[in-house]
Ligand binder design. Sequence first.
Ligand SMILES: *Cc1c(COP(=O)(O)O)cnc(C)c1O
Length: 406
Amino acid sequence: MDHLDLAAAQQLDAADPLRAFADRFVPTEPGLVYLDGNSLGRLPISTRDRLRRFVDDEWAGDLIRGWDRWQDLPTQVGDRIGEHLLGARPGEVVVSDSTTVNLYKLVAAAIDGRPDRTAIVADADDFPTDRYVVEGLAAQRGRSVRWVEGDPIEGLAVDTVVNVLDETVAVVVLSHLHYRCGALADVAAITAAAHAVGALVVWDLSHSGGSVPVDLTGWDVDLAVGCTYKYLDGGPGAPAWLYVRREHHGVLRQPIWGWFGQRDLFQMARGYDPRDGVAAFLTGTPSVPALVAIDEGVALLAEAGIDRLRAKGMALTSFAVDLLDAHLDPLGFTLGSPRDPERRGSHVSLRHERALELCTALTANGVIPDFRTPDSIRLGLAPLTTSFVDVWTAVDRLATLASLTS
Ligand SMILES: *Cc1c(COP(=O)(O)O)cnc(C)c1O
């Protein structure tokens, strides 16, 4: 038997300790291969059921009385994310606004926490919203941006960042896992280098949270944000989490003062007096249905365990790379992600000069990946829901389409 044929993929599925989790998601249409769980995670059955109960019993039934419980959800769900997925201590994570707005709040807090410093270090090839937030804050607060750029496949090297650090840097804003190539940055080493010059760090964990083990405490991270609608399966537009290290509580202050950050919400007091702890980073009324959905998504990930999720993620991406080498390399594809599985997350990018056209054709043929400019087809291999047969099918169809149209 060829170790890369369909039977091999079926054997890998049979031996997969997480294979039963796929049955705990609402099925897609028959035959669909969904490789975009890193952009919008699929819907767990438990989430659908909990949302139905929430709508019928809590929203329709409890109405305004529900807020007695709902107001604690941002910190409760934040703590669960922190404990199971981030290596945070209790009281350091809260679910609040979009990733973009949370990033704005944290980067602003960091700049304001280093008032005599003039520079922000950021990645010129980072996800667009992260770059725009940095540009906007630099303009608003009269700071300059020192852009760094990593290798398009291997990502950001520690030295690339170290080379631009000095005592004028207020904050370093970077992503842990690159959205296109999937390369992992060395958070601990870069954070230590930033601290050595007295700068703060803000890490964006949108593509690593829920797929790669994270140790915010051990890595000495100051501030972090991450998405909940990707690997956390919180649903379209679910709000993001944010992390503020305990040592910064009451010291760093976020710029959007609202009543959810106020010490006693319903006192309607004059004058803003922020809550203790990470709750001071809340702003306005949170989306309760989204919080309920995130809670269920995190429960599933916690049950699977981040180490098993990581092991399966590496096995899936390694299988995809082996298939690429065997079947796609002769058709003009190259690997757009690190070859070392330890150095990449749970998605792989395949580069091809006709990537956009092939991506569109693949979608029309029942396989949903992502196109990323300029020439990448990104296969998101969410460990809870993606099977080895899914990976095999995607590569097989891609090979057929590329040879038909070449
Ligand atoms: C997905 C993602 C975002 C999303 O930001 P939103 O405010 O939710 O639109 C931001 N940053 C990175 C790195 C992402 O991967």
